[in-house]
Ligand binder design. Structure first.
Ligand code: ZN
Length: 128
């Protein structure tokens, strides 16, 4: 198989997974964290020694126009939307693969040396 053919195969594999994800129309940005909180009520168990904080709660955090928005999710909501967050994570991964593919080609055809590679979770590496 020629390098071009291998590249096209890889790209069309990415394309079909991207389109499968798009067709679900279930893609949510942001991250989920578990939170314990303390209130201000004097005498509440969360203020005791040792403290028994409230929660855990599930918190969904995302950025909109540079602002961080948070929303509390019930365990049921978390279960319902977990695959939507998974889809977003996978989508970003696939875009990253596509970027890496494109970068390789551009570097190859221009004779540029490889820059730092941070896609696909690899550690930064400078090849000089
Ligand atoms: Zn409390």
């Amino acid at each position: 198989m020629s390098p071009d053919q291998a590249l096209r195969d890889q790209a069309s594999q990415i394309a079909s997974e991207l389109s499968r994800l798009a067709r679900t129309a279930k893609v949510l940005p942001g991250s989920i964290q578990q939170r314990l909180t303390r209130c201000g009520r004097p005498g509440c168990a969360c203020q005791a020694d040792p403290p028994r904080p409230h929660g855990p709660y599930w918190q969904w955090t995302r950025k909109v126009a540079g602002k961080t928005l948070t929303r509390r999710l019930t365990p049921e909501q978390l279960e319902r939307y977990r695959p939507w967050f998974e889809n977003m994570r996978r989508l970003r991964e696939l875009v990253g693969e596509l970027e890496a593919l494109s970068l390789q080609q551009a570097e190859h055809s221009e004779g540029w040396e490889s820059e730092s590679v941070s896609v696909l979770g690899r550690s930064k590496r400078h090849e000089r």
